[in-house]
Design a protein around this ligand. Structure first.
Ligand SMILES: [Ca+2]
Ligand SMILES: [Ca+2]
Length: 426
């Protein structure tokens, strides 16, 4: 007598009694093999097995079960970010995997993302019921392999790039199965595809507008006298207490409209006492800033794109800080009145107390903090008094930017006695 179970033919006719145990054992082995195979096919259509993506160190073992496996006319194609194969740390991207082969109708895939050290990187996010994350979140693959979809099928999902910058190139290793949907592992074809994407490290540039009370030449313009007179230092001047900033910012030829140097701080959005980065930059007569290299705006190094409070410090004016964190990079300019416009009191922390309103909707940073301690006091007055009559130069006590220290500086200074910067800037 013979039994036909799947592709197996089990015969037990004419078996002698002493061979019954052996025959039963053989039958059990065949049944085990059948159920194991059936279970495997079933589980693979539910979720693909791990480590079969073709990534280095893993097997291309889909073809060990699916046959013929190779030699098909189809393909699997990984698409990242609409074909823009670049990413920024921490950002979320749309991805897809398309498996195709004319005549086939059931579809599966599995994929990993690896850095240049072949370590899994980033985070998979399924966005549809046809895909799932598995194998300790390292893989994304099909869920209940879609069936009765002729010729091609596309899986869509998302991938979140690693949180911090510096990962570099990331390679996606994908395997696709173009199956015939016969509920068995026969008649299926396996394809592989790798796609490498490059990391882009954004330039966290900010565009800020500020005005210095002592430098105002008109209601809306500051003087460039210290520049035209040749007094501006070519190297940034904040390499002394209390700033102790050792940046290498240097200008060979100043733009004609340079007023002075300022020091910017990017502060942590979750804790505004934490300084994430600093940069010295040039303040122009129209209130905008530019980097020492001539580029518009101020570009920080060593920090990722994101949200930061921005503080602006000057050698003899009280510092200010933005009311809210700004998102960096921040476009190509600072539109009038936007949160980056620190001539508007509403955009400055305690702005109505910190800025001096010139009466034309322009708020300016108060002058007179000669000793740079964030407070305008009699200590500043005493310092000014002893600085009178020295030769013209780049002087902390020269608050009206004419290169000299005399009564004209005191006239402006005395009205500011008692003013304080916010505690976190002192
Ligand atoms: Ca002071
Ligand atoms: Ca002066």
């Amino acid at each position: 007598m013979c039994l036909i179970v799947n592709q197996y033919i089990l015969c037990c006719l004419f078996i002698k009694p002493m061979k019954i145990k052996i025959a039963l054992l053989a039958l059990l082995l065949l049944l085990f093999s059948f159920f194991k195979n059936a279970d495997y096919a079933n589980s693979s259509s539910g979720t693909p097995p791990a480590n079969m993506t073709g990534a280095p160190g893993t097997g291309n073992a889909c073809t060990s079960c699916h046959s013929p496996g190779t030699g098909g006319s189809g393909a699997v194609v990984v698409t990242f970010n609409g074909g823009v194969n670049q990413y920024v740390a921490g950002q979320t991207y749309n991805m897809s995997v398309t498996v195709s082969q004319t005549g086939q109708k059931r579809w599966g895939f599995s994929m990993v993302a690896r850095n240049s050290a072949n370590q899994n990187t980033g985070t998979w996010i399924p966005t549809n019921i046809d895909s799932k994350v598995y194998s300790s979140s390292t893989h994304i693959g099909h869920k209940n392999a879609p069936n009765n979809m002729p010729d091609t099928y596309t899986f869509n999902f998302s991938w979140i790039a690693p949180a911090t910058a510096g990962t570099g190139n990331v390679t996606f290793y994908a395997v696709g199965n173009a199956a015939n949907g016969n509920n068995n592992s026969t008649g299926d074809y396996i394809y592989y595809h790798t796609l490498t994407i490059a990391e882009v490290v954004p330039q966290p540039t900010v565009h800020i507008k500020v005005m210095l009370q002592g430098a105002m030449e008109t209601d809306t313009t500051m003087t460039a006298y210290l520049n035209t007179a040749g007094f501006l230092p070519q190297q940034q001047p904040f390499n002394m207490p209390p700033w102790n900033y050792n940046g290498s910012e240097e200008v060979q030829i100043f733009p004609e409209n340079a007023t002075d140097w300022v020091l910017l701080e990017a502060r942590n959005a979750a804790n505004d006492t934490v300084i994430a980065a600093r940069k010295a930059a040039l303040l122009l007569t129209n209130g905008f800033l530019q980097d020492a290299n001539g580029n518009a705006g101020v570009t920080f190094t060593g920090i990722a794109a994101g949200n930061y409070y921005i503080a602006v410090k000057h050698r003899n004016h009280l510092p200010v800080i933005t009311q809210a964190p700004l998102t960096l990079p921040a476009g190509s300019n600072c539109p009038p009145g936007a949160p980056c416009d620190l001539t508007v009191a509403a955009n400055v922390r305690y702005g109505n107390n910190q800025l001096i309103d010139l009466g034309n909707n322009t708020g300016v940073m108060p002058c007179g903090d000669f000793d740079h301690n964030g407070a305008i006091t009699y200590a500043d007055y005493n310092q000014w008094k002893t600085a009178i009559s020295i030769l013209p130069a780049y002087l902390p006590e020269d608050i009206n930017f004419d290169g000299q220290v005399n009564l004209s500086d005191f006239t402006t200074f005395r009205t500011n006695l008692g003013r304080l910067a916010p505690q976190l800037l002192r």
